[in-house]
Design a protein around this ligand. Structure first.
Ligand code: ATP
Ligand code: MG
Length: 275
């Protein structure tokens, strides 16, 4: 996967307090504000809607996600980190890994999507619940601004079986052909249909009760702002590992345990050790 590093460097300030890299066209959120990260996130989604890359439904999804993150303690819990490592191992073992991108993902973490694609040699495909040609184009252009050399999703010459026409559209040489797919913030129905196609699904979702998380091979119950760079970090760390090591990581991952640990954290707070 080739990228235009210069473009990305120009578009993002990398050294930012607290992890979130601020984009150059971003409004001024005072960095000493106690809810800095959260305000910046909201602004990103808002800007995404204004740019035509995020749907108004995306605003509602963001609000739901924020509530879960608050309860989670706004940190990556140990089970989510194990999931991120298993996800990285799946991506490195894959024949054809694909990262599916929707409007919220594009607005929140465009640079991180490109970085993960680079680290794992994955394809990037725009895949929308409320698909419009215009929005697919806008998202693809946005991702290219952040260094993506190729963005799939515009050809839409294949269908995911079991879904109605518009929601089923994918690229034949993209998601349709993939063996491992990362579907962050995905709708439960489509996550289920992709699973039925026999794909290994990595889902990033803050809600462990969401159907998308429940059908995933690897559910990462974490904020995508933290999860995506974390998967990329694990991928860089594991790259060059023998296939047996990667297979061991994949096989040793306990998906039910990860869902349970996240649910316990949400319900009981950080009181248990078995996370
Ligand atoms: P379903 O059970 O069908 O999956 P849902 O209520 O989860 O229904 P979705 O459309 O999948 O509906 O909602 C989007 C999901 O994305 C929510 O579960 C929300 O918690 C999650 N979400 C929103 N923002 C983020 C984020 N920044 N990081 C991770 N997950 C997020
Ligand atoms: Mg869901």
């Amino acid at each position: 996967m080739r990228t235009r590093r210069a473009a990305r460097r120009g578009a993002v300030f990398l050294a930012v307090r607290g992890g979130l890299a601020r984009m150059s066209d971003e409004v001024d959120v005072p960095e000493d504000h106690p809810r800095y990260q959260s305000l910046l996130t909201r602004h990103r989604i808002e800007a995404g809607v204004e740019k035509g890359i995020t749907s108004t439904q995306g605003l509602i999804a963001e609000g739901r996600g924020e509530a879960f993150d608050y309860l989670l303690g706004e940190e990556t819990i140990p089970s989510a980190d194990r999931a991120a490592r298993a996800a990285a191992a799946h991506f490195l073992l894959a024949e054809h890994p694909v990262i599916s991108v929707n409007g919220n993902v594009a607005a929140l973490v465009p640079g991180e999507v490109v970085e993960l694609a680079e680290a794992t040699d994955a394809d990037i495909e725009v895949n929308l619940f409320g698909r419009t040609e215009e929005r697919v184009r806008a998202i693809a252009a946005h991702l290219r601004e952040y260094g993506a050399s190729e963005v799939k999703g515009l050809t839409a010459d294949a269908r995911i079986p079991g879904l109605s026409h518009e929601r089923a559209k994918v690229d034949r040489d993209g998601i349709y052909d993939a063996d491992v797919v990362l579907v962050p913030l995905e709708d439960g129905d489509r996550a289920e249909a992709l699973g039925e196609m026999g794909k290994t699904e990595v889902v990033i979702d803050l809600n462990p009760l969401s159907r998308s998380a429940r059908v995933a091979t690897v559910p990462i119950i974490d904020n995508i702002l933290r999860a995506l760079p974390n998967v990329a970090r694990h991928a860089r760390d594991l790259s060059g590992s023998p296939r047996e090591t990667l297979t061991e990581i994949v096989e040793g991952f306990d998906r039910e345990g990860a869902l349970d640990a996240a649910e316990r954290r949400l319900r009981e707070g950080a009181t248990r050790e078995s996370e």
